[in-house]
Design a protein around this ligand. Structure first.
Ligand code: ADE
Ligand code: ZN
Length: 338
């Protein structure tokens, strides 16, 4: 199918707008070339002969088919320097897309289960955030995610193991296989995270039902919902999200690749904005889904016919939804004034 095209002026606007990225899994930024380079550096063997063979395996049918490959890719990460290199590569790419604020998810259980030290994971990622701020001026923070296909006890132990580095992450989140693992399963660990003063977010309503979004709000007290696109099936939930300005971090190319919306032209992002929700555009796992944040903007605008007004709205929403200090948020919002 021919790619719908955008007017040049809108293409330039989408690329140049300052924006916050609030939903990116750092393990999902590992490009195939870096997977192979780290495998060689660390003596890890991969079940693929080449970068091209690995890329060919990126033909997903749903969330689980992606997660199986994504966890295999992360197996090359062993040392602090690996986490640093991965995060610096993402941050440099984000700066090129005029991301001025990144709130980055990481999955410690994916690594600690393989014997990698928590210190290596958090140390490498945090050092990259600091260096990127120094080098490029980007504001970057970390959000620790629990894998929902594992037990709540495992999540609790993970949080305890990370708390010696409490000052190096700003929030806790919930990701991995959604259906069959409702937010309610993680009530205690989120209570513990909130008691530590962490911000809390949760993936909900990506493939799962609106009920999971209600649970994320009422039981976990999530401040933002990651994805949340299934909310449209519940008018009362839509009213609540709009009235309370609870942000949704929407990831259009992810939704297309994982067949939540197989055709981007059918994506409900315009409807979410029309209903007054604080929706944002993000890349989720850009190395796997065919594009970074500006590709998500460009392809979604081309497919749905959104215009400049929505571009400014989405950028403003990203700053409103961010956990950055109010002073930084108002400075970025000021930059959007025309
Ligand atoms: N982990 C990485 N990407 C994810 C997604 N889209 N949904 C749930 N867990 C994830
Ligand atoms: Zn995600």
């Amino acid at each position: 199918m021919a790619q719908p095209s955008l007017p040049d002026s809108l293409t330039r606007l989408l690329a140049a707008l300052p924006k916050a990225e609030l939903h990116v899994h750092i393990e999902g930024t590992l490009e195939p070339e870096m997977i192979f380079a780290l495998a060689a550096r660390n003596g890890v063997s991969l079940p693929y002969d080449s970068v091209e063979a690995l890329r060919r395996a990126y033909a997903f049918t749903d969330l689980q088919s992606f997660l199986d490959i994504y966890y295999a890719g992360a197996s090359v990460l062993l040392h602090e320097q690996d986490f640093y290199d991965m995060a610096m590569a993402y941050l440099e790419r984000a700066v090129a897309d005029h991301v001025v604020r990144a709130e980055i998810f990481f999955d410690p259980q994916t690594h600690t289960a393989r014997g990698v030290a928590m210190q290596a994971v958090i140390g490498g990622l945090h050092r990259a955030c600091q260096d990127a701020r120094q080098r490029w001026g980007i504001s970057a923070e970390l959000i620790l995610c629990f894998l929902r296909h594992l037990s709540e006890d495992d999540a609790l132990a993970t949080l305890e193991a990370a708390l010696p580095w409490r000052d190096r992450f700003i929030g806790a989140g919930l990701d991995s296989s959604e259906v069959g693992h409702p937010p309610a399963k993680f009530a205690r660990v989120f209570e513990r995270a909130r008691a530590e003063g962490l911000h809390v977010v949760a993936h909900a309503g990506e493939e799962g039902p609106p009920e999971y979004i209600w649970q994320a709000l009422d039981i976990l007290k999530a401040e933002r919902i990651d994805h949340g696109v299934q909310a449209v099936h519940d008018p009362a939930l839509m009213r609540r999200l709009a009235e309370e300005r609870i942000p949704l971090t929407v990831c259009p190319l992810s939704n297309q690749k994982l067949r939540v919306f197989p055709d981007l032209r059918q994506h409900n992002l315009p409807a979410l904005l029309e209903a007054g929700l604080c929706a944002t555009i993000n890349s989720d796992d850009p190395a796997y889904f065919g594009g970074y944040i500006n590709d998500n903007f460009a392809q979604t605008f081309a497919a749905t016919g959104m215009v400049a007004e929505q571009a400014y709205q989405l950028a403003a929403n990203s700053f409103e939804a961010s956990f950055a200090p109010e002073s930084e948020k108002s400075r970025w919002l000021e930059q959007l004034k025309r």
